[in-house]
Every structure is written in structure tokens, then in C-alpha cells.
Write a new protein. Structure first.
Length: 195
């Protein structure tokens, strides 16, 4: 496809979680993105599922860009194996740069930071600040409560039913990778200065 996606940001946990399925999903994602020729944009750390995704992408010969705020370099163990590492002055500038560099977003199991990143990128799309695809991978059923929260907001009249179309909810990594391969580069890529 001439206008195919080239870069994908992955949001996921800085811990491993307590189900081996999460780690397997992270490995399959890093490897699959690399094999498909997507540049991986991620949080720049070596901890938890973040580190697993980056290591798997590097092992498969992929291009990896890490973006980490200065104050997290030690806590999230900045990944020494990632050549294209950017250290930002704040969490906010990390988010802006990840947003600017990515043409699509893939969400894997994670905790509160992952929830924050996921809701933020969905709400930026709701505000029509961009039209980049967002895929939530429900590995091991971890995303059920996140999706239920959105459905509750719709049922309670706090979000429009069209909010469900702001993201795609897919059952596994293979489905996400197959979907990414069919998606064109977004037209409305947004302006990071507005965020
Ligand atoms: N408030 C936050 N905004 C963006 N990113 C955040 C925030 N808090 C934590 N993070 C990052 O998210 C990933 C994953 O965190 P988990 O809590 O393990 O899901 C990590 O890089 C945090 O720095």
C-alpha cells in the first residue's frame, strides 16, 4: 500500500502483570511490528512490558524510538540498547513527542499510566485534534474494565455513542497486527502544539 502506516506507538505497563499472557502479547507485538516494518515508538524504558516490547522489536531487527522524561530515566531504567532515545524535560513533552512521532497507537495491558495515555489519546481524537487509529488489544481480557468504563459513560449520557468509534477493541495481537497492515496513514495528524 503506497500510503501505509510507518510508525506505531505502543502504550503498556511498566510492570509485567500477573498473567504470562501479558508478556507473550508484548513479545508478539514487538516482534510483529518489527517484522512488518513499522517503527516502534515507546516510552524508552527497560522495565515491565515496555522493555519486553522494545527488546522483542530490537531482536527482530526493528527500528525503535524511545522517549523518556528526564525524571524517569532511573525509575523506568532507560533502555541502553535503543539508539534513538530522546530524553524530554517533562512528562508532558514526552507525550507530545510520542504523539507527534506516531501514526497509530496500540494499547497493551498496563496500569494507571497506560490508562492515562489511552484515555488521553482517545479524548484528543474526540476533540478532533487528530484522526490516528487507536487499537486496544484485549490480551487476557485485561481491557474489559476499561471498555466497560467507556460503555458506562455512554449509557449514563456522559459520552456520545459515537465514542465507541474513536478506537478499535481487538482480541489479540495477531488481529491488531493484521488490522495495522490494512490501515492507511491518517490524513489529520494533528498539531502537537495544541495539546
Ligand atoms: N500521567 C501519565 N501520563 C502519561 N504517561 C504516564 C503517566 N503516568 C505514568 N505514565 C507512563 O505510562 C507508562 C506505563 O505506566 P503503568 O502505570 O505501568 O501502566 C510508564 O512509562 C509511565 O511512565
Amino acid at each position: 500500500m503506497p500510503n501505509a502506516l510507518s510508525s506505531v506507538a505502543v502504550f503498556c505497563g511498566s510492570r509485567f502483570g500477573n498473567n504470562p499472557v501479558y508478556r507473550e502479547a508484548a513479545e508478539a507485538t514487538g516482534r510483529g511490528l518489527a517484522e512488518a516494518g513499522f517503527r516502534l515508538i515507546y516510552g524508552g524504558g527497560k522495565v515491565g512490558l515496555m522493555g519486553v516490547v522494545a527488546d522483542a522489536a530490537l531482536a527482530a531487527g526493528g527500528v525503535v524510538s524511545g522517549i523518556i522524561p528526564h525524571f524517569l530515566q532511573t525509575r523506568e531504567v532507560m533502555h541502553a540498547g535503543v539508539e534513538d532515545l530522546t530524553v524530554t524535560d517533562s512528562m508532558h513533552s514526552r507525550k507530545q513527542k510520542m504523539f507527534a512521532e506516531a501514526e497509530a497507537f496500540l494499547v497493551l495491558p498496563g496500569g494507571l499510566g497506560t490508562f492515562d495515555e489511552t484515555f488521553e489519546i482517545i479524548t484528543w481524537r474526540q476533540l478532533r485534534l487528530h484522526d490516528k487509529p487507536i487499537l486496544i488489544v484485549d490480551a487476557g481480557g485485561w481491557a474489559r474494565s476499561l471498555i466497560a468504563t467507556i460503555d458506562t459513560a455512554i449509557a449514563d449520557g456522559f459520552a456520545d455513542a459515537s465514542a465507541r468509534a474513536l478506537f478499535e477493541h481487538v482480541p489479540d495481537v495477531a488481529t491488531a497486527l493484521a488490522r495495522l497492515a490494512t490501515l492507511p496513514r491518517p490524513v489529520h495528524t494533528g498539531d502537537a502544539a495544541l495539546l
